[in-house]
Design a protein around this ligand. Structure first.
Ligand SMILES: NC(=O)c1ccc[n+]([C@@H]2O[C@H](COP(=O)([O-])OP(=O)(O)OC[C@H]3O[C@@H](n4cnc5c(N)ncnc54)[C@H](OP(=O)(O)O)[C@@H]3O)[C@@H](O)[C@H]2O)c1
Length: 253
């Protein structure tokens, strides 16, 4: 049985990288997937096209997650068209690499865009979707954080802090959406995407040290998101790491 059949799923930043892996997985499980984007129209349409070619259902949907009115309009529009919203995946994120010791390079502009997109954007989406999920028992939110806050590492100091906030908000929203809806989080380790413009050598190094001998891929994050939405029905407020064992067991011995 397809547990996601006909469920309405919205993936922010769903047309590229990890978001694409999540969109494709939910569509493969029978969901109607809204592939949200702010700027990457072409990538969103390409993801939708791939899903359609595989026999799935998907729509590209433009809305900047930092624009409260656009966010509210997106959820209202989708709920009006399909009668409900079942899953929100807060995947949209932004970062710029700033070596941590170069404190002066962490400009106000980088600080604001990072917090605004990763933390405030996720908040605006959760606030706007709240009433739809509250009246739809069994629905859920999945936030995409990072393992960066566990050690304070990652692409910048503010990036790690923004994702710590996402983990914290996961718990706060899990409290206020219970018992009707669940809210969980995924903390990926390195995934080879365009994110933050990491050079390939950084991924290569991480892969060399990976306990599992590989890095997580967008499809691995999609699998975890599917699990949290469709299978982990007694789990809420939780963050699961999809980091090839890096957090739990460290580097390859
Ligand atoms: N790759 C990794 O190693 C890694 C590790 C841990 C966590 N993550 C997290 O995974 C998530 C996805 O990242 P990714 O690796 O797949 O990189 P990515 O391909 O750059 O994905 C980021 C997505 O967010 C969207 N986005 C950014 N600002 C937005 C806004 N204001 N409104 C709507 N969409 C917006 C982008 O679309 P537009 O171009 O349309 O803005 C893009 O689709 C991020 O939250 C990131 O922090 C990534």
């Amino acid at each position: 049985m397809q547990k996601m059949k006909d469920k309405v799923v919205i993936v922010t930043g769903g047309g590229t990288g990890i978001g694409r892996g999540i969109s494709e997985r939910f569509a493969a499980e029978g969901a109607i997937v809204f592939v949200n984007y702010a700027r990457s129209k072409e990538a969103a349409e390409e993801t939708v096209q791939t899903i359609l070619e595989r026999g799935g259902r998907a729509f590209a949907y433009q809305a900047d997650v930092v624009e409260d009115s656009a966010v509210k309009a997106m959820f209202a529009d989708i709920a009006a068209r399909f009668g409900r919203i079942d899953v929100l995946v807060n995947n949209a994120g932004w970062s710029q690499r700033v070596p941590h010791h170069q404190l002066a390079d962490l400009t106000d502009e980088i600080w604001e865009r990072t917090i605004n997109t990763n933390l405030r954007g996720a908040f605006l989406c959760m606030r706007a979707v709240f009433p739809y999920l509250k009246k739809n028992p069994g629905s859920s939110i999945i936030n995409i954080a990072s393992i960066a806050p566990y050690t304070g590492q990652g692409s910048s100091i503010v990036y790690a802090a923004s994702k710590a906030g996402v983990i914290s908000m996961t718990k706060s929203f899990a409290r206020i959406l219970a018992p009707e809806a669940r809210v969980n989080c995924i903390a990926p380790g390195f995934v080879r995407t365009r994110f933050a413009g990491w050079p390939q050598e950084v991924f290569d190094e991480a892969e060399k040290n990976s306990p599992l001998g590989r890095l997580a891929e967008p499809a691995d994050i999609g699998a975890a998101a599917y699990f949290l939405a469709a299978e982990a029905l007694a789990t809420t407020g939780e963050t699961i790491n999809v980091d090839v064992g890096q957090t739990a067991i460290g580097r390859k011995v």
